[in-house]
Ligand binder design. Structure first.
Ligand code: PEP
Ligand code: MN
Length: 361
């Protein structure tokens, strides 16, 4: 079912809103000095940056630093007074919401471990009802689009229209260079389902280390994401959580300077003509591609009939392994990614088997 989310555009609630919207600050609030030093250095880069800091931290194992708690909200208040930056933090239950509202936090976000739990999201939604505050919803830890949309809808149904999604990557059993697999296709699908919903990328939690952050940040902008949330700490080496992935304010400044902000469209007629031409060429290629796939299925069906006549099984494991290896080595020669061609052939093979099954039964 298509989501039905009413959205107030960011420019309708954020003064001086520009793209990319940047949210920066430490993973966790640790001390008043750490918060104020970090915030002052960040606001010196650009006073429009929104300050973030986790007050309550959802840690995987107990007995690690689980956040400074409500006292940190007083430090956030000081950040606002002394720098004028808007402040944001993560809420995971009704108590957190109440404390944040009392302390004048400007923006709330729901963390990845909370988005997975509709009870918690509903509790937050009920606590926010009737309050005019922006809320950002991080993707759930697992790549479940319905949970992500469900959380956005619950918050929206509580009357919150100043709403955005945060793409922070997904847990994966596959080994990837990232702490959380970006799975860009999930962000693309969300964009397709809710075209007006701003999506902010969180390269810090995707990468898990500082090396890959510039690459993911640029990629997010190239995918037309609305902004970036980047963990920044005045002394990352002694951070009490996520030490490996936090930038210094100087590194953040450097990253922002190097970002290439592209237009999501261009009115230049030459650009439009060339784009039209290339799109036409894609349309034609896709037509050919579908025709070729249909031809392939016709051959698969003929093979199905032949197998039936000779009473042999549909699945011939050796043939499938040989075929896949051969296609993968062809793909390598053509410069196509192995991952892509493998996934494509698994789909094609499944469809051929399905067709042959129809013939057998
Ligand atoms: C965070 O932003 O510090 C955090 C805990 O993120 P996530 O919910 O994405 O893990
Ligand atoms: Mn963190």
């Amino acid at each position: 079912m298509k989501p039905n989310i009413t959205i107030t555009p960011v420019c309708g609630w954020l003064q001086g809103a520009k793209r990319p919207l940047i949210i920066a600050g430490p993973c966790s609030a640790e001390s008043e000095t750490q918060i104020l030093n970090t915030a002052k250095s960040i606001s010196a880069i650009d006073a429009n940056i929104i300050f973030r800091a986790g007050i309550w931290k959802p840690r995987t194992r107990p007995n690690s630093f689980e956040g400074i708690g409500s006292i940190g909200l007083q430090w956030m208040k000081k950040v606002k007074e002394e720098t004028g930056m808007l402040t944001s933090t993560e809420v995971a239950n009704a108590h957190h919401v109440e404390e944040c509202l009392k302390a004048g936090i400007d923006i709330l976000w729901i963390g990845a471990r909370t988005t997975v739990n509709p009870f918690s999201v509903q509790e937050i939604a009920d606590a926010i009802k009737g309050v005019d505050i922006p809320v950002f919803v991080k993707n759930p830890v697992t790549p479940d689009m319905q949970l992500w949309i469900g959380a956005l809808e619950r918050i929206n149904q509580a009357g919150i229209t100043k709403i955005a999604a945060i793409h922070r990557g997904f847990h994966s059993h596959m080994s990837t260079p990232f702490r959380n697999d970006p799975k860009w296709e999930m962000a693309i699908e969300l964009r397709t389902l809710c075209p007006d919903l701003p999506i902010i990328c969180d390269p810090s939690h995707i990468c898990g280390n500082t090396d890959l952050i510039p690459y993911i940040s640029q990629k997010a902008l190239d995918m037309d994401m609305h902004g970036l949330m980047i963990e920044t700490h005045c002394m990352p080496q002694i951070a009490l959580s996520d030490a490996k992935q936090q930038l210094t304010p100087a590194q953040l400044s450097d990253l922002i300077k190097k970002l290439v902000v592209r237009k999501s469209n261009s009115q230049n007629p030459d650009f439009k003509n060339k784009l039209e031409e290339l799109r036409e060429s894609i349309n034609k290629t896709d037509e050919d591609l579908l025709q070729i796939l249909m031809n392939r299925m016709i051959v698969a069906e003929k093979i199905g009939v032949y197998k039936k006549e000779n009473n042999v099984t549909i699945l011939q494991t050796n043939r499938w392994e040989d075929l896949l290896n051969e296609r993968l080595s062809n793909a390598a020669m053509l410069g196509l990614s192995q991952e892509f061609v493998r996934a494509l052939y698994i789909l094609i093979h499944e469809e051929s088997i399905r067709k042959q099954n129809e013939i057998m039964n």
